[in-house]
Design a protein. Structure first.
Length: 481
């Protein structure tokens, strides 16, 4: 049997990274590569990285250190330390087996030169707009590992040249995957003062409508039930009907959502739910609210990152809305979609923040009653305006303020989710529970987790479940036949 290249993925950060890793994997599979069960025996390692917070970067630095050791073991260097690499040590007992390592994503874009200098373990660095050159990387990996002989396509430094325009790659769902991502736009033009994403992902680029619909049709063939439309700011989507369309017609996000809803109905698609992420409050329009309200296929969950509740801090963040603007938007959403759930992102410790500013934030959270929140403290990112602002908040103060809002949100979450106990709701049964093999885990249109007993044959279908209790952030339920 002919030997094939084996690969191993590590993906960090946002859902867009997960989607881009999946797109890269399709290229590997198309070449006949196979996924390794662990990195010790893989021929090729791909690390898809995140730079949004320092904690993510530090974790990846640690992994690169580990891969330095693994590479030494695989190459049977005299000073190689086996440590936790017994599998790799056994794998190379009959001779050295080389391994190639690639880093892609935001860290590769932001720290390209220093990664190449400080981590010689890295063979390839692939920037955020250079993933279309993955085929060149694949060719070079196969050649370097002795699977084929050809001229090197990537430069000797391993740095992959960027494309001038971001290209969207279709993502085919894995076997037995009933939920998947569909990227619809890339980049961000907002330049919030704390955020590094626009500098790493570039300006906004929207995917043509026909490409999106074509991908939905392919996912239908694979039995996908739920899709998540992805972008750094999906609400600013403005795409052509097709790549070659010269009519000047531009489709905005509400129009796209209606087109998708109509297409799913017309094609009798297996796709029953459509979600989207991420959205910016300044761009979420009344038209979009109306479209979500009148289409059952569009999920009644809106994640709307507020970041703060103080007008002074919001202005310093360059968010382009006020506390009153946000509350008015929430009021309009709930008037049109009363059954919807709302979640958010909240940041404390932004430069210049006072206790009074945090009071304003808590007042907003009290008024909105978010079902859940992603809460974090300000993490300065080199190159952003906020990193060099005066009046940086001490770490101990950040942590105290963060704990204050966490305590508040936990109480609200229990109250808001608890209101739904006793209801019978539509649930997508998507996997077996790790904690209890007799239970299936699913989610509601409001993106709430539900655990319930049911025959595994129901996985991948929509079922009705009565919510009987709430355990933390997960409902317990009973299948309603």
């Amino acid at each position: 049997m002919e030997k094939t290249v084996t690969y191993f993925f590590e993906t960090y950060g946002c859902q867009m990274n997960i989607a881009e890793s999946a797109a890269a994997e399709q290229k590997f599979l198309a070449r006949g590569w196979k996924r390794a069960e662990n990195p010790d025996t893989a021929d090729f390692i791909l690390i898809n990285t995140c730079s949004v917070r320092a904690t993510a970067e530090n974790r990846i630095f640690g992994r690169l250190g580990w891969y330095t050791g693994l590479k030494a073991v695989r190459e049977r260097k005299p000073d190689a330390k086996y440590r936790s690499m017994e599998v790799a040590a056994e794998y190379v007992k009959d001779g050295a087996k080389p391994i190639k390592v690639a880093v892609m994503g935001c860290m590769a874009e932001r720290l390209m030169k220093s990664l190449k200098r400080d981590y010689p373990v890295v063979d390839f660095l692939i920037g955020t707009t250079a993933k279309e050159h993955m085929d060149d990387v694949i060719d070079d990996v196969e050649s370097a590992l002795g699977f084929k002989h050809q001229e090197r396509k990537v430069g000797k430094d391993g740095i992959v040249t960027e494309d001038p325009v971001y290209t969207f790659s279709p993502i085919s769902a894995e076997e037995n995957a009933f939920s998947t991502f569909v990227p619809i736009m890339q980049g961000c033009n907002n330049f919030c003062t704390y955020c590094i994403v626009p500098y790493l992902r570039g300006r906004e680029v929207s995917r043509p409508v026909d490409e999106i619909l074509s991908e939905l049709d392919e996912l239908k063939k694979r039995g996908v039930c739920e899709i998540m439309l992805l972008g750094q700011n999906v609400n600013s989507y403005h795409g052509k009907m097709s790549k070659d369309d010269e009519s000047g017609k531009i489709v905005d996000f509400p129009e796209l959502m209606q087109i998708i809803a109509d297409h799913i109905k017309k094609t009798d698609s297996t796709i029953g739910w459509v979600r989207f992420d991420s959205s910016h409050p300044k761009d979420l329009s009344d038209d979009l609210i109306d479209v979500i309200a009148k289409n059952d296929v569009l999920c009644k969950h809106i994640h709307l990152a507020v970041q703060h509740g103080s007008d002074r801090i919001l202005k310093s963040m360059n968010r382009h809305y006020t506390k009153a603007d946000y509350l008015s938007l929430v009021e309009r959403i709930r008037a049109k979609i009363p059954e919807s759930s709302m979640t958010t992102d909240v940041m404390v410790g932004f430069p210049g923040e006072t206790d009074e500013d945090v009071d304003e934030l808590l007042d907003l959270m009290e008024k909105v009653q978010f079902e859940s929140s992603f809460m974090y403290y300000f993490n300065p990112r080199e190159g952003t305006p906020a990193a060099s602002m005066a009046n940086q908040v001490p770490m101990d103060v950040k942590k105290k303020r963060l704990q204050r809002i966490i305590d508040f949100q936990l109480s609200v979450t229990q109250k808001e989710m608890g209101k739904h106990v006793g209801e019978t709701v539509k649930v997508l049964a998507d996997k077996q529970s790790r904690d209890n093999p007799e239970e299936i885990l699913g989610k509601t249109t409001r993106d709430e987790r539900v655990a319930f007993k049911c025959d595994p044959s129901k996985i991948g279908s929509f079922v009705n479940v009565r919510l009987t209790s709430l355990n933390g952030n997960t409902f317990k339920g009973e299948l309603v036949e």
